[in-house]
Design a protein around this ligand. Sequence first.
Ligand SMILES: [Fe+2]
Ligand SMILES: [Fe+2]
Length: 199
Amino acid sequence: MELCDRYEKLKEKVINRRNYFDKFLLLLENHTTWLDSPASTRFHLAEERGLLRHGVGVAETLLRFREFLAPAITEESCAIVGLFHDVGKLGMPGKPLYLPNDNEWVIKNRGIKYKINPDVVAMGLAIRSLYLVTKYIPLTDAEAQAIAYHDGQYIDDNKIIAHKEEPLTLLLHWADYWTAHIYEEGRDKKIKDDGECKK
Ligand SMILES: [Fe+2]
Ligand SMILES: [Fe+2]
């Protein structure tokens, strides 16, 4: 299915907070780089629409985890935290975080296609995501924790919630890493019976 169709399907999962959600989307789609932004400067989906492709992928994986592991969590929760966990990567409205790299040498020799906009106020990516979402959509406590700590224990600062993660935080973390490192890297087609990847 095309990315746009998958994105539209996810939007349908948001019912109770639809008004808030629609207002946030109006801002994102019309006044930010949400629909075009890459997901990183260099490695992870460093391409046009990379951020949207990643958000849609994570939300879909999260919905699959939910179905089998935690059906009591709402699909709406999964759609919101999945789609927007990395929304901070677009920077702020009117100030995109990733700018096309104008240094041909760096693009050619180091593969860095984008550069960080120095005009965007610095803050952790997950915190910026949470900041942007909560301006528009009221979140549950568990949704806020999930967005803020979605990188899990890969980030030293996240130790303060170690062993205190809500189920949604754990599911979002694994949906994020599974999507980024298995689906986006095409490793799902190479997994052998013993769970390792073929070379
Ligand atoms: Fe992230
Ligand atoms: Fe992510």
